[in-house]
Design a protein around this ligand. Structure first.
Ligand SMILES: [Zn+2]
Ligand SMILES: [Zn+2]
Length: 256
């Protein structure tokens, strides 16, 4: 792994360590390109339901300033990029984009942790056997990808559907086909492997292999040591091999 675009900071409320520690760990692992993608500072028109999920809008300028300064300091050792991981929430999306642009944020990855516009909606990690929930997830993610603003799709298999395997296949395949048409890579999430989460789900990656999707690894680091996880990386690579996935090591950022 020479590039990782999925890195958090404590601003989201559930990560630890300084940016410098994440950078040093990346250098230790031979990573040449490091992107920070903390959880996007959505402004809701009423309090969000879920605390400690994302940075506050007021923290965005400091996030940008800190990373621009470190980018300059480390410019001879690795290339640093400023991004966010964002859900696609139609109601609030374009206000977010304006805020991100005004602070010089370069890229976004899509991580659809909740449905709808978050408030009052189910989370993607909650197990469900209802195909209509997976259908909503797939439609919402496709709509997000169709904006052309997302560099890649993080943990595409985050929606925890445990119902009819035929529905799993039909709906997730629809997502894989659309992602391929739009030329958006799918991320194998290393934190999911490390923490034994329901993703990466082999049923999903089998489909991605059959549909010829492009795949990238993302560490999803929430602590500095997770920026480079050699043993977890090997497990991800065995998934790549098992399902003949088209792995890319680096990616051209889609400017927002
Ligand atoms: Zn997180
Ligand atoms: Zn993440």
């Amino acid at each position: 792994m020479t590039a990782n675009y999925h890195t958090h900071t404590p601003r989201c409320g559930h990560a630890v360590g300084s940016e410098r520690e994440y950078i040093e760990r990346a250098i230790e692992g031979g990573i040449k390109t490091l992107g920070f993608s903390d959880h996007a500072p959505y402004s809701f028109d009423k309090p969000g339901k879920y605390p400690n999920v994302r940075m506050e809008p007021s923290e965005l300028p400091g996030y940008a300033e800190t990373l621009f300064s470190l980018r300059n300091e480390y410019r001879d050792r690795l290339s640093l990029h400023l991004g966010v991981e964002a859900e696609f929430y139609p109601k609030y999306f374009y206000a977010l984009i304006n805020d991100l642009r005004s602070c010089g944020v370069e890229y976004m990855i899509l991580g659809q942790h909740f449905l709808g516009n978050e408030i009052g909606e189910p989370g993607s990690m909650a197990a469900t056997c209802d195909p209509s929930v997976l259908d909503r997830y797939v439609s919402q993610v496709m709509e997000g990808l169709e904006t052309g603003l997302f560099t890649y799709l993080a943990h595409p298999d985050v929606l925890r559907f445990e119902g009819d395997p035929h529905e799993y296949d039909r709906l997730y395949r629809k997502l894989c086909v659309r992602a391929r048409e739009l030329n958006v890579p799918l991320e194998i999430n290393l934190l999911g492997i490390k923490n034994g989460r329901h993703y990466p789900n082999e049923a999903f990656w089998r489909i991605a292999g059959e549909e010829g999707n492009t795949v990238i690894l993302g560490s999803d680091a929430h602590r500095p040591e997770d920026t480079w996880m050699p043993e977890i990386e090997l497990r991800a690579l065995s998934l790549v091999e098992k399902y003949s996935l088209h792995l890319i090591d680096d990616i051209k950022l889609r400017q927002i």
